[in-house]
Design a protein around this ligand. Structure first.
Ligand code: ARG
Ligand code: ZN
Ligand code: CA
Length: 431
């Protein structure tokens, strides 16, 4: 009997692990990713180095251009909603309720932060990240940010087919400027999964089961408070589970206590485990544990630093700082469509050949000439300074647009016209 016990415990732990696997796709997904493309190990290592470099800066910089370390980061989101049954075609209200949860959780405005045990309260961090449903699509048109699509697939798995148009899924929007969220029926009890930073561009994003998305509608308790998306977006921003995905592992965050493994349900504080550093035990109410939605309520400052470090210059999510898709005034005409199509409009004239900017260097007024203006499917112009800050935007409605740059200081500026496939980038010099 004595010698039998370890075997029983081993079998039991297999069962528990299998249970965890079936609701946490992300860990398994990441392992699979590396297995099928070992070069990703190097990609992940690079990202870690950049995070470390950013976090080692002594000025307490939360990653980014030094002067604006506290700025709010805006993330345009596109929801690819795939449904076969009517129940899976969830309402706009349900989608918006999820955006509300993300915005509260990533700006430390979630009302349940009151439930963070006082021992951990001072560790809670405000990520200052805001999510909007995209108002400009990759072709420059107005959009609702919700891409509804009928699918013939009964359900999807972690093999990414929801991201492939030819597999009944929907292709991603440029993941340098949009957070792609696929909402669909997932197999078995799966709640969702995320790609870690560094995944292939067309796979980058998060997937959430339709019945754990948002806080209103027909939801699967106890995953009915929108925390699956909070957790997965945490992964998408480089966060790792509290236990580092191994027994007493490391999550690369200093202010989260070591813990042996995951917590389910709603634990009572303190919950000690084998590697608890002190009597406070596990931070089971962290968004990166597996507790029930109603029992998770914080990211720590260290986690916030880690997430924001991804937006630093040279790091993988930096391009979001120049993303303007939250701003509907930059979209090209027309009423908001109710559905979004994926057709890419091919420009008749190559964009670069159609655009002239003169004079450069410029003193006061510069002229932008878009010869075959129809070639441009997006007619927005943005000017960035050398720190990557947007300093000027305009709409190009005519063949010739004159813009006054008198107020810019001397220097070199980057000009972006359009986006995605049709993007034209050049430099102008201001005297
Ligand atoms: N374990 C899942 C994963 O990482 C998500 C867990 C979300 N937890 C929750 N209470 N909603 O993929
Ligand atoms: Zn997870
Ligand atoms: Ca830690």
């Amino acid at each position: 009997m004595k010698s039998f016990l370890p075997a029983v415990i081993f079998l039991f732990s297999l069962v528990v692990n299998a249970g965890a696997q079936s609701i946490c796709g992300t860990t398994a997904y990441k392992q699979q990713m590396v297995k099928s493309d070992p070069s990703l190990i190097e990609v992940f290592r690079n990202i870690e180095e950049q995070i470390a470099a950013e976090n080692n800066k002594t000025n307490g910089n939360f990653a980014m251009r030094d002067t604006t370390a506290n700025e709010i980061i805006y993330i345009p989101v596109v929801i690819h909603l795939l449904y076969k049954k009517a129940a899976e075609n969830i309402s706009d209200a349900q989608i918006k309720s999820q955006l509300d949860v993300l915005n509260a959780d990533f700006s430390m405005l979630n009302s349940d932060q009151a439930n963070t045990p006082s021992a951990f309260k001072s560790l809670a961090g405000n990520a200052r990240i805001q999510f909007c449903l995209a108002r400009v699509d990759p072709q420059g048109h107005k959009t609702t940010g919700i891409d509804r699509k009928y699918t013939s697939q009964d359900l999807f798995t972690t093999n990414d087919e929801m991201k492939m148009a030819d597999k009944g899924g929907a292709a991603s929007w440029n993941s340098k400027h949009y957070l792609n969220i696929w909402v669909c029926r997932l197999s078995s009890r799966s709640l969702g999964y995320a790609t870690p930073p560094g995944a292939a561009a067309d796979k980058d994003g998060v997937v959430i089961a339709y019945d754990v998305f948002g806080t209103t509608g027909n939801l699967r308790a106890p995953f009915n408070k929108g925390r699956t998306a909070t957790h997965e977006v945490g992964h998408w921003l480089g966060l790792i589970h509290m236990w580092g995905d191994t027994n007493c592992g490391d999550d690369h965050v200093d202010d989260t206590p070591k813990q042996q493994s995951y917590n389910f349900g709603c634990q009572n504080f303190p919950k000690l485990s084998n590697c608890s550093p002190d009597s406070n035990g596990d931070m089971f109410m962290n968004f990166m544990d597996f507790s029930d939605d109603a029992c998770m309520n914080l990211f720590t400052r260290g986690q916030v630093k880690r997430m924001r470090a991804l937006f630093a210059q040279n790091n993988i999510r930096n391009s979001f700082l120049a993303s303007f898709a939250c701003d509907s005034t930059l979209a090209v005409g027309g009423p908001l469509p109710t559905t979004v199509t994926h057709d890419v409009v091919q420009p008749a004239v190559p964009v670069a050949a159609a655009i002239k900017i003169y004079p450069s260097p410029v003193n006061t007024v510069t002229t932008i000439e878009c010869k075959g203006a129809t070639a441009l499917t997006i007619k927005t112009l943005s000017i960035f300074n050398s720190l990557g800050m947007k300093v000027f935007t305009a709409r190009l409605n005519q063949e010739k647009t004159r813009i006054d740059l008198t107020n810019l200081t001397r220097g070199i500026y980057i000009v972006h016209i359009g986006d995605g496939k049709d993007k034209f980038t050049t430099r102008i010099i201001k005297q």
